[in-house]
Design a protein around this ligand. Structure first.
Ligand SMILES: C[S@@+](CC[C@H](N)C(=O)[O-])C[C@H]1O[C@@H](n2cnc3c(N)ncnc32)[C@H](O)[C@@H]1O
Ligand code: SF4
Length: 335
């Protein structure tokens, strides 16, 4: 439902539960050059046909419509967004849209060393990099890829002036739970922010990874044996709850979709590469925009469609009660 400029609500886009939606996660490719075992199955090739990908001009139209409705933050994600050709060109046009104040990117960083400068110049301000291990053999087992280009990409992002650079580490019992201290040290050394994330049962891969689920209270207790953690820093607008490591600049965020969900403050929707608007990561509610775009919908009609879609946003995910219900892979909606 769209708010009334002069009515009882402030301007903006609201869902049926009164949550203000001001953030779009934009998947520009469902393809990926890695195969993180909790995300995409080995050998998976059943990706969306290129003819069904939203073109850059279509993406710009949709994001411009969101911006008019009050969305100010966009995160480009995937799949791996950097496998989409000319991504910096898209980033530059999105950063230039009136109303877009914050453009960020989630990436596995394998290709980042080639694109960091162009992305920075295009107006991307913040970068999140997935990194579950600093040990090359273990990294290869988790992702099917090589660690070295990822580290090169991170250093290129640092040199290009991105700040903050956030490392997203999925906490995985029996896989990387002996590496949390090392990752803390690495992030202190390089001035990165570190976020731990609980694994979610999205797709068959996500469900299989549930065997390695680790609740982040356990991770925090483990870290507290070695580091003094100061609570209550950087509450921010996102789902992470942060602590600071005493005597350092390092902030560590804990993202707990399973052990302590944060749906009541959800502020986002997701646009997939095929132009489907997903209203919740953990539910199937969706609204296809591509057919409307290709039938020549007007700007006013597009805004109306977005407002209608928002009415479908569910109250919360049900990862705990119904872990089997999301069959699509995380790479479709970008996490
Ligand atoms: C789908 S990836 C897309 C962007 C990019 N390829 C990357 O890895 O950062 C976005 C985020 O989703 C996370 N993710 C993927 N599958 C997940 C799962 N089953 N549970 C929790 N997070 C997951 C990844 O770790 C990553 O931080
Ligand atoms: S988490 Fe990111 S890097 Fe890993 S397979 Fe999924 S999309 Fe690719």
């Amino acid at each position: 439902m769209e708010s009334r400029e002069n009515g009882s609500r402030p301007a903006g886009l609201f869902d049926p539960f009164g949550r203000r939606i001001e953030y779009v996660r934009l998947s520009v490719s469902d393809k990926c050059n890695l195969r993180c075992f909790y995300c995409l199955p080995e050998g998976f090739r059943d990706f969306e046909e290129p003819g069904n990908w939203l073109r850059f001009d279509e993406i710009e139209r949709v994001i411009a419509a969101f911006a008019v409705l009050g969305v100010s933050r966009i995160r480009i994600t995937g799949g791996e967004p950097l496998v989409r050709r000319d991504l910096p060109r898209l980033a530059a046009s999105l950063a230039g849209l009136s109303g877009i104040e914050d453009l960020s990117l989630s990436t596995n960083a394998t290709l980042l060393s080639h694109h960091a400068v162009a992305l920075r110049e295009a107006g991307v301000s913040r970068i999140n990099v997935s990194l579950d291990s600093l040990r090359a053999r273990r990294f290869a087992r988790i992702t099917g890829g090589r660690l070295e280009p990822v580290l090169d990409g991170l250093m290129a992002a640092k040199a290009a002036g991105f700040s903050p650079i956030k490392i997203n580490m999925i906490a995985l019992k029996g896989i990387n739970d002996d590496e949390f201290d090392d990752m803390v040290e690495f992030c202190i050394e390089h001035d990165f922010t570190l976020r731990f994330i609980e694994t979610m049962p999205v797709g068959s891969t996500g469900r299989d990874a549930a065997d390695h689920y680790l609740d982040l209270d356990t991770v925090k207790r483990q870290l507290a044996r070695r580091f003094e953690l100061l609570p209550g820093v950087m509450p921010g607008g996102g789902p992470a709850r942060y602590v600071q490591v005493a005597g350092t600049e390092l902030r560590i965020g804990f993202i707990t979709p399973i052990s302590q969900h944060f749906c009541a403050t959800c502020n986002r929707v997701r646009l997939s590469v095929d132009g489907t608007l997903y209203l919740c990561l953990g539910q199937d509610d969706r609204y296809p925009l591509r057919p409307l775009l290709r039938q020549g919908i007007s700007d006013a009609g597009l805004k109306q469609a977005i407002v209608e879609a928002l009415a479908l946003k569910p109250e919360r995910h049900e990862f705990r009660d119904k872990p089997g219900q999301i069959v699509r892979f995380m790479s479709m909606t970008g996490g």
